[in-house]
Write a new protein. Sequence first.
Length: 335
Amino acid sequence: MKKQVTILGGKILGLYAAIKCIDLGYEVSIIDKSGVLGNLNYTNYQFFNKNHKFYISLLNKFDIQYTSHTKERIDKIFDIFSYIIQKSKLMPNRNLYTQSFEIFCKMLLLPYEYEILKNYLFEYECIFSNMSAMDFISIYINDIVMYKEYYELHDNINILINKMIKYLTDKGAKFILNTEIKNIQYFNNNKANLISTTKNYICDILIITISNENLHHYKIFNKDHLRLLDSVSLFNVKDNNLYNIVYKTATINNDINIQTNLLDHLHIVYPIQKYNNIHLWKIGTNNIIIREKIRNISPFIFICSESFSKNPFFINYSFESFENILPNITRLSYS
C-alpha cells in the first residue's frame, strides 16, 4: 500500500517536494491556505551557477530555457574579499560564527579598504551586519569564487510553475487549497493529524514547507523545537528594485561595470529584486548543526522550509533542504 504524503505549503518548494515524492510512488496531497499554487515571495530564481544542480535539474526536466551569464570581477573588491578569505583561514571557526561579517571586516581591513567595501555594499548593510562572518564566507567561497559560470533564466518563472502543476495533476496529486491548518497532532504514534476548521487530514508522512513564523502556530513543537526554529531571524531588505539601485549607484560613481551588470556591481551574487523579507541565521549559530537537528525533530514530520536553507539567496538551496530529508523519507517506506 502506498504511503500517504501530505505537503503543507504550496509554493514552489512544496511543488518541488511533491514532484519528488510522486515520482517515488507516494500518494501526494498539497495543502495551502491560499488559492494559488507556486506563489513566489522572492526572486532569487533569476540567476544561478553551475553548482546549483537541483535547480538546473528541475529546469531541464521541464525544458525551461536559460542562457549563459558571464560576470566580470571588479578587481578592487575582489582583492579585498580575497584578503578577508585568506585571513579567515587563520582564525578558529568559533570566532567566525560569533561575530558579524561587518565587524569582521572592520577588524581586518584598513579604514580606506573598509570604506571601499562599504561604498559598494551600502544598500545591503542590514544583511552584512546580521550575518555571521562564517556564513558570508561560506556563501562567497561556494557560490562566487569557485564557480564563475553563471546562468540567467530566459523563460518566465511562471512557465516552470505551470508545468510543475500540470505534471502533478497528470500524476494524480491532490490539491487542497483555501484550507488553513489550525493545528498538527500526532495520531496513533506514527501518523500526523492536520486539523483545519472543517476537516482533519491524516497522513503517514508530513512535509512542512511553510515559513518559520507560521510554524510557531502549531502546538506539536515543544520548547526545545522552538529554540531550534528560533535560530533564524526575519529581516527586511529595502523595498526597492535593486536593478534601479544599481543604475542609480552607477550614475553616482560613473562606473560602467556597475551599470552594466548587477553581478559585477556587488561581486557577490545576491540577485534580489523586490525582496522584502529574508531569513538569516543568527550570529553565533552553527547552522550546519542546527539544520541537522531540525531535520530530525520527528521520524515522520519533516521541515524543509526555505527559512532554514543554508543559503537564503538562491532557490537551489531551498530545494536542497528537501533533498537532505529525502533519504529519511524513503527509509520510512521500508519500516
